[in-house]
Design a protein around this ligand. Structure first.
Ligand code: GLV
Ligand code: MG
Length: 350
């Protein structure tokens, strides 16, 4: 086993020191665009004011014959990208694909200073992260990067879910994990054909009425992703990195998209992917604490003094544990307020 003291040593001579803490910057929506598509690229400057993260996608969704154009398009865009607006991330091709190596070689050489986070798809276990970690250190040293590139794994294989804790802990570069429900469904041999979201067939049904066996029985649809999101949130949080819901493929169904995003938010996720500009507002609404929750959290913290003991507020018991939850809400709201002036005004935090 690697010695704990070696964990924060650079993996190559001349590579930057790994970070001790993963910076928390708002990343409520990770907006995907195809850098080989000139129409999408033209929209990037406008979207930089609306999305916390813009992600140049090189993997699935980009046609095979456009893979190289997407890579080159992203390098070109990165050169003129003004850091400080949105963050710029990328999703490279899978480690076993014919494009991964050149994706990494080109991006680090040409855009290593501009890109914040590299998403790695189809991660199977910590060994995938170790490989990328070492390769990145070599490339950072070669190109004189002063800031380490961060890694984000997509949880989209059954093996990845099995090893999710070890993936989170595999490198100090690990920034976060996104659920990839489409590939995960395929890998698990689930019998769905969608990109995330629920399924009307996955439900529970009330018992039959003993007096009328033919009477209709209420059903309630269940969340197919609950187990995986819960596991991912625990693994990420226990390792000081950030969990995200991934894509919601039914672009026209903003209502169900919002429900899926909100379930993830309530369970601890800090953001989701947006595949279409219409999903940006949904993600912003869901992954920003509601102003009334912030007001309530302020009241609880103020009424609890040093945080010990218990008080009743509007008939609800408050104690050390509710104060801690309220502090989570307030800390998060403060971070969001720095990026979002409208919410800063609504939260009225000092
Ligand atoms: C995302 O990449 C997914 O497979 O859902
Ligand atoms: Mg996928």
């Amino acid at each position: 086993m690697k010695l704990p003291r070696d964990f924060f040593r650079p993996l190559a001579i001349g590579a930057p020191e790994p970070l001790r803490e993963i910076p928390f910057r708002p990343s409520r929506m990770i907006h995907f665009f195809d850098p080989s598509n000139p129409k999408m690229v033209a929209k990037v400057p406008e979207l930089a004011g609306k999305a916390d993260v813009l992600l140049g996608n090189l993997e699935d969704g980009v046609q095979t014959e456009k893979k190289v154009a997407a890579r080159e398009g992203l390098c070109e865009l990165a050169r003129s990208f003004v850091p400080g607006q949105a963050q710029l991330w990328t999703r490279v091709n899978a480690l076993n694909s014919p494009w991964f190596l050149d994706d990494l070689l080109r991006l680090v050489a040409d855009a290593g200073d501009q890109i914040d986070v590299i998403m790695i798809p189809k991660v199977e276990g910590p060994w995938d992260i170790h490989f990328v970690d070492q390769l990145l250190a070599q490339l950072e040293a070669k190109h004189g990067l002063r800031r380490p590139l961060l890694l984000h794994a997509i949880l989209e294989t059954a093996s990845g879910v099995n090893h999710v804790e070890a993936i989170c802990a595999a490198s100090p570069r690990m920034q976060g994990i996104s659920l990839g429900p489409a590939d995960l469904a395929a890998s698990r041999r689930m019998k769905t054909t969608r990109v995330g979201g629920g399924h009307p067939g996955y439900l529970v049904r009330a018992d039959p009425d003993p007096a009328d066996a033919a009477a209709p029985r209420a059903t309630a649809q269940q969340d197919l992703w609950h187990y995986t999101i819960a596991r991912m949130v625990d693994a990420c949080t226990a390792n000081g990195i950030l969990p995200y819901y991934g894509p919601f493929g039914d672009i026209a169904d903003l209502v169900a998209c919002e429900d899926q995003f909100r379930n993830a938010f309530l369970m601890g996720c800090v953001g989701a992917w947006s595949l279409h500009p219409n999903q940006l507002a949904v993600a912003r609404r869901v992954f920003s604490p509601p102003a009334e929750d912030v007001t309530w959290a302020k009241r609880v913290v103020a009424s609890m003094g040093d945080g010990s003991g218990a008080v009743m507020l509007d008939g609800k018991m408050q104690d050390d544990a509710t104060v801690k939850q309220c502090r989570v809400m307030l800390d998060y709201a403060r971070t969001i307020a720095e990026r979002d002036p409208e919410l800063r005004a609504a939260y009225a935090l000092d």
